[in-house]
Design a protein around this ligand. Structure first.
Ligand code: HEC
Ligand code: HEC
Length: 339
């Protein structure tokens, strides 16, 4: 408890420091445009490709038959993989022992963190990677979900509702145990980024894109289509799962310029706060090599005020003038970097 309080006092101090810094950084870009347009601002239409939600998708009925994946001697079933109070641990030698909150959660509301975020915090396009994010950052996010300051744009998908319910029910001890566990893991590079006009035909398996086994192609348009390379292994919670993200032609160069220079006042060079390699500084998170769908949702949520946690005010001016296509390009470029 005292540990957590200490951490939070530290965070508050950092927040005010950075607030002062951000004030300077954004002064010349004319951040204050006034709020006179608030009344006529149309309801934002969220980028559906980043907030995939197909509640009508029928998940195959799970069973107890033994399943195996390459590189592991373990055996788990689809019932194990679909149980949100259990984590199929295919590669226990790859990581430290999970604390109870990560491995089993606590009924009724704290579902096992490792079930959705995987045993090694590798996550997936529909949630978030957690491996290697600092403990201070992770604690702050859980407190922001708990207080309601961090919410979600787009449809209220089952996964985000369960995430919020978990955070609201977590004790301080559980928050610290989970944060320390994920912070100590090494983030893995697991996304291959390909610029393309045309992509394999897809369907939405409830929360994420899957390549249509019948084959065929479809135009990409102004989307990012991020898919697990092997959907069965991914859904069985294999932490070694790999992903491919198809991004529009030209988006990587555009994203790189925005990230590195701020694009002449569109935004600020990300390294000023996220560190030279973008791998984070204290409570400011790593943004390199993360899921581009996840990054897109965060930029959009900051811009539209649904993500407004203790340190979120520092990101708000960064995204204020970014168009959706700017955000897409930044998300695409960041995914190419080593996490
Ligand atoms: C039912 C699935 C599910 C479970 C269980 C779950 N999460 Fe999440 N988590 C999510 C989703 C979905 C997001 C948000 C993704 C987004 O914003 O688009 C998320 C986001 C997060 C974030 C924000 C990451 C960041 O980079 O800011 C943290 C931290 C987090 N979860 C921690 C936990 C912890 C700790 C537990 C265990 C108590 C847990 N989660 C359990 C689905 C889940
Ligand atoms: C003025 C400092 C500052 C600048 C400049 C800045 N960021 Fe951030 N960023 C932050 C802080 C602080 C957070 C954590 C916010 C929170 O806790 O909600 C953050 C969070 C994020 C997140 C959420 C990550 C996660 O794990 O959920 C993303 C994505 C992000 N920033 C992208 C960017 C990009 C892209 C740029 C450059 C275009 C940028 N940031 C520039 C301070 C900054």
């Amino acid at each position: 408890m005292t540990h957590l309080n200490l951490k939070l006092r530290g965070l508050a101090a950092i927040a005010s420091l950075w607030a002062a810094f951000a004030g300077v950084a954004f002064a010349q870009t004319g951040n204050a445009t006034g709020s006179s347009t608030a009344a006529i601002t149309p309801t934002p239409v969220y980028p559906a490709w980043a907030y995939l939600w197909e509640p009508g998708f029928v998940v195959p009925t799970p069973d107890d038959l033994p399943q195996r994946i390459p590189g592991s001697n373990a055996v788990f079933s689809w019932n194990n993989a679909r149980d949100l109070f259990f984590v199929p641990d295919w590669h226990p030698q790859d990581h430290a022992v999970m604390p109870a909150v990560v491995a089993q959660g606590r009924k009724p509301d704290v579902r096992a963190c490792g079930s959705c975020h995987r045993a090694e915090g590798t996550g997936g396009p529909e949630n978030s990677s957690l491996a290697g994010l600092s403990s201070a950052y992770l604690v702050q996010q859980l407190l922001d979900y708990k207080s309601g300051a961090r919410k979600f744009s787009g449809p209220q998908r089952s996964s985000v509702l369960l995430m919020t319910a978990a955070a609201k029910a977590m004790t301080d001890e559980e928050i610290l145990a989970a944060a320390n566990y994920f912070a100590a893991l090494k983030p893995k590079r697991n996304i291959k980024v390909i610029e393309a006009d045309t992509v394999p035909k897809t369907y939405v398996a409830r929360l994420f894109y899957v390549k249509d086994p019948k084959g065929g192609t479809e135009p990409l348009g102004r989307r990012i289509v991020e898919m697990p390379d092997d959907v069965e292994h991914f859904e069985l919670r294999d932490t070694r799962s790999q992903f491919t993200a198809y991004v529009p032609v030209g988006s990587l160069t555009k994203g790189e310029i925005l990230v590195k220079t701020g694009g002449q006042g569109v935004t600020a060079a990300c390294a000023t706060c996220h560190g030279a390699d973008l791998k984070g500084v204290g409570p400011i998170p790593n943004i390199a090599g993360r899921s581009p769908s996840y990054v897109m949702r965060q930029l959009y949520d900051f811009k539209h005020g649904t993500r407004a946690g203790a340190l979120g005010s520092l990101m708000k001016p960064t995204v204020e003038k970014m168009s959706e296509d700017d955000m897409l390009s930044v998300a695409a470029y960041l995914a190419t970097l080593q996490p």
